[in-house]
Design a protein around this ligand. Structure first.
Ligand SMILES: *Cc1c(COP(=O)(O)O)cnc(C)c1O
Length: 395
């Protein structure tokens, strides 16, 4: 399998067949596994072989198929599947950190990631320094001898800043810190994060991996040592494992992710190009546009691919943004992303509502900002829907 290209790995990677030789992967919807003898049960608790299982919280064949397939795609040695993206973020961090450790994190984060870093870790004696993720001098200045980890979203939500994985990794590795990247917006299709220096990569599988808005899931990718030595003991005892049914949904999602994400990204670029300079808009933010602040980095880090999400800032502020959202006929108002259905979100009043106004302002979450996750609908239909809704918002 190791010499297969990504698209082949996505279809066949990790497949395990039962005695029935089914074509489509089976869902092993079972909590436990029967041992042939008391001796076998004892042996399995001493050492569990690669295709041996004890209890679904520890591992399951369907979950193992998903873990192997996504690890093959990402180029990681191993993976641990989790109940949600947040179980992956909290599991990766809390399994490795202890009181007295220091973490440096980018400040532009998904709301729940920010909650973990700002509110939870400090309760357990872990100190966190927040930096502007695009400012390499700030990363460098924040490092300390006890900096155990750095954390950032390689492409931030909702303002789509792109952080230089290779450069931050180099700075972090100088003090021996582990580089943890939440890679959701970059997507597993365009990511080369491990090759670029990330030690641990995290996805919310709820987004592009499912891709059809059905199930929650997440995954932590890294070295075999880190996944089986640090993450697994923590996750299997604290209960954040992925369910077999959700693993099956995600496994089947991987078979089509390359086609879906490439089509969605192509559409996102066409929409961003059509909207750029529109009279109702203050800004059109899309990492694939030449006008994006880190466009050179997007070329280098993501092969020029800007992902499936764009953000627009309406000149008329919140009231224009609300009129725009309410006038959309194709895109739905919701807060997921990476779905086959286009989804529009008003971050200031929903996903980032909790943040104080000055923090919103600092992060660029203005009252007019709308995040638009581009789905699999016809591109021209989406452009027409958006431009019609913008006209309504202006009137
Ligand atoms: C959605 C998301 C998460 C959380 O994932 P869930 O599956 O909702 O728990 C974490 N980070 C980023 C960047 C996300 O977009």
């Amino acid at each position: 399998m190791s010499d297969w290209n990504k698209r082949t790995k996505l279809v066949h990677g990790g497949t395990r067949r039962s005695q029935y030789n089914e074509v489509s992967e089976a869902i092993y919807l079972t909590q436990g596994f029967v041992y042939d003898s008391a001796e076998q049960a004892e042996a399995r608790f001493i050492e569990t072989g690669p295709d041996e299982f004890i209890y679904a919280r520890y591992g399951n064949p369907t979950v193992a198929m998903f873990e192997e397939r996504i690890a093959a795609l990402e180029g990681a040695e191993d993976a641990f599947a989790t109940a949600s993206g947040m179980a992956a973020v909290s599991g990766a961090l809390t399994s490795m950190l202890q009181a007295g450790d220091h973490v440096v994190s980018a400040k532009a984060l998904f709301g729940s990631c920010l909650y973990i870093l700002e509110n939870i870790l400090s309760r357990y004696g872990v100190e966190v320094t927040f930096v502007d993720g695009t400012d390499l001098a700030a990363w460098k200045a924040a490092m300390r001898p006890n900096t155990k980890a750095v954390f950032f979203e390689s492409m931030s939500n909702p303002t789509l800043e792109v952080i230089n994985v290779a450069a931050v990794a180099q700075i972090a590795h100088e003090v021996g810190a582990i580089v943890v990247v939440d890679n959701v917006f970059s997507t597993p299709v365009f990511s080369e994060a491990i090759a670029q220096g990330a030690d641990v990569v995290i996805y919310s599988a709820t987004k592009h991996i499912d891709g059809q808005g059905r199930a929650l899931g997440g995954v932590i990718l890294g070295t075999k040592d880190f996944i089986r030595g640090t993450v697994e003991p923590y996750m299997k005892h604290t209960g954040g494992s992925m369910s077999p049914f959700n693993a099956w949904v995600m496994l089947k999602g991987l078979e089509t992710i390359d086609l879906r994400v490439r089509a969605q990204a192509e559409s996102a670029l066409a929409i961003a190009q059509a909207l750029e300079g529109h009279a109702a808009l203050q800004r059109t933010i899309y990492p694939g546009l030449a006008s994006h602040a880190q466009s050179a980095l997007v070329q280098k880090q993501l092969g020029g691919k800007g992902g499936t999400v764009l953000s627009i800032d309406l000149k008329g502020g919140q009231s224009a943004a609300f009129k725009f959202l309410n006038a959309l006929e194709i895109a739905v108002i919701s807060n997921n992303l990476g779905d086959a259905k286009s989804i529009a979100t008003h971050p200031a009043t929903t996903t980032h509502q909790r943040l104080p106004d000055d923090q919103k302002k600092d992060l660029g979450i203005t009252p007019g900002l709308v995040r638009f996750s581009v789905g699999l609908e016809d591109t021209q239909d989406l452009i027409d829907d958006i431009t019609r809704a913008l006209a309504t918002a202006e009137s």
